[in-house]
Design a protein around this ligand. Structure first.
Ligand code: 4AD
Ligand code: MG
Length: 463
């Protein structure tokens, strides 16, 4: 008999009542009495799993099942019985229980509360816990929703390269890609590394952002997006930084910063609305066990307009705050975590901060008429902090060249980027939404390491 997923059993329990069904999964918990026993079985398709009841009189391997360890894989045949008076709406009364893959007494994931750190060290097994079953299900649902959001709006998907020779952010946080023999690196006369001998004949690195390539496609298809992994060799040990993270980067031609923020706001609202509808069991779980009040908070985000204020105005608000900050807010500086926190709780909504001082932002951002600020926006949210970074792009060749020169970015490396400003340049804009931070936001999970299946951070590359 073909096995049902546990999700399918839940969806079809009326039709399957009193019917013989097969399920396959892994034991989350098991309690055996003298003549009968219970097993919580989960196959990952449904957070709440299914309860198996087995009796000495009906199964022929009762003692083996009663002794089977948590974590074992089972195939169960049995009758679906509705149990309206109990916690779970139905259970399976087993006729046969096949132990497909036994487990052992030292299985690390026992039915008790484990610390997040312990579970990270057991990332090969943590997906079999309720928390991670829920997190990774939401991650999958959101992945699909992102494509749907853009495809429904006629945005074209573009696969930006993972290996590239450019530093899209100009911040130098690059992982080198090389096949050079590191014990015998070829050197030039001036003792610098001779990258002409390397695989690509030049320096190459993992991409920090697909933006520059998305800009190329936006100048042909108008509305495009990328969705893929990006890499930053940033030595940040925080709860919101990973060395490998996923970004969604739309790019829109014939558009300014306001259009860009409108798109970002409708996308965030669409994604939250989607998880509320399609992952309600998971979101209820997070509300109960991870972040009290989450459902209310998320509904609030969908309903209320986001705040839009300039960086200057935001610093005014911080300076007027009746609170002492460890870091003094400054008109020329980026925000510290405590500032971001204050701003989002001050407005009780996600906040777009716009028009940033040019010296702390990337070379490609469009210079405002004041000559001091750029048409950039960051979206700040509770918990995840900066969830989106975006900008209108500098479409004027001369201004772009001046900015690159001032910031020490060699023109030769980005000749093609400059070409775009010569052949049909348009005002255009885009943003990058950090997918993993978005997941922190919608699940309430406090650490980015716990929303990424196999997180990569400084000194951490297991699994
Ligand atoms: O602000 P960032 O650096 O902007 C860009 O990369 C632009 N090229 C985006 C664009 O305009 N197309 O990064 C964008 C977002 C951040 O707001 C944050 O959510 C996320 O990417 N991010 C990180 N997420 C996890 N770990 C890190 N180390 C991150 N760095 C950035
Ligand atoms: Mg940023």
């Amino acid at each position: 008999m073909k096995a049902y997923t546990i999700k399918a059993l839940h969806e079809n329990m009326d039709a399957l009542e009193q019917q013989e069904v097969t399920v396959e999964g892994w034991i989350r918990n098991s309690r055996a009495q003298k003549a009968f026993g219970f097993i919580d079985l989960n196959d990952g398709s449904k957070l709440s799993g299914v309860q198996i009841v087995y009796e000495k009189d009906t199964v022929d391997n009762f003692d083996a099942i009663a002794k089977v360890h948590i974590g074992a894989a089972l195939r169960v045949n049995g009758t679906l019985i509705k149990t309206p008076s109990m916690k779970q709406p139905f259970e399976i009364k087993a006729s046969t229980v096949e132990i497909v893959g036994p487990s052992r007494a030292d299985y690390p994931i026992q039915p008790k509360r484990h610390s997040r750190e312990f579970l990270r060290e057991n990332a090969h097994l943590r997906a079999r816990t309720n928390l991670f079953t829920a997190v990774f299900r939401v991650r999958s649902i959101l992945t699909h929703a992102i494509h749907r959001f853009f495809q429904e709006r006629d945005f074209m998907h573009v696969a930006s390269p993972i290996i590239t020779a450019s530093d899209a952010e100009g911040a130098g946080e690059l992982f080198k890609v090389t096949t050079l023999d590191l014990t015998e690196v070829p050197k030039d006369k001036d003792k610098t590394v001779d990258f002409r001998k390397d695989f690509f004949g030049k320096k190459a690195n993992l991409t920090v952002s697909g933006q520059l390539q998305a800009e190329i496609f936006a100048q042909a298809f108008k509305n495009v997006y990328t969705f893929g992994p990006t890499f930053r060799a940033e030595k940040s040990h925080t709860a919101t930084h990973a060395s490998e993270f996923w970004m969604i980067e739309p790019e829109i031609a014939f558009a300014d910063l306001n259009t860009d923020m409108d798109l970002a706001e409708s996308m965030v609202k669409y994604l939250i609305d989607t998880v509320l509808k399609e992952a309600s069991e998971e979101i209820q779980f997070f509300d109960r066990f991870v972040s009290k009040g989450l459902v209310k908070k998320l509904k609030n985000v969908v309903e209320k307009p986001f705040v839009r204020i300039t960086h200057k105005k935001a610093v005014d608000i911080l300076k007027a705050a009746k609170q002492d900050f460890e870091n003094t807010p400054d008109y020329q500086d980026d925000f510290a975590k405590e500032h971001e926190k204050y701003l989002v709780s001050h407005f009780d909504a996600p906040v777009f901060v716009t028009d940033w001082p040019k010296d702390i932002k990337a070379f490609y951002m469009r210079l405002n008429d004041d000559g001091q600020t750029v048409a950039a926006m960051d979206l700040l949210v509770p918990g995840a902090g900066e969830m989106i970074g975006g900008s209108q792009r500098e479409e004027r060749l001369d201004v772009l060249k001046q900015r690159m020169e001032a910031m020490g970015i060699p023109e030769e490396e980005l000749w093609w980027y400059l070409d775009l400003r010569m052949y049909g340049s348009t005002p255009h804009a885009g943003f990058g939404l950090g997918f993993d931070r978005m997941l922190m936001y919608v699940t309430g999970v406090e650490n980015i390491r716990d929303v990424i299946p196999f997180p990569r951070t400084p000194k951490q590359c297991e699994f």
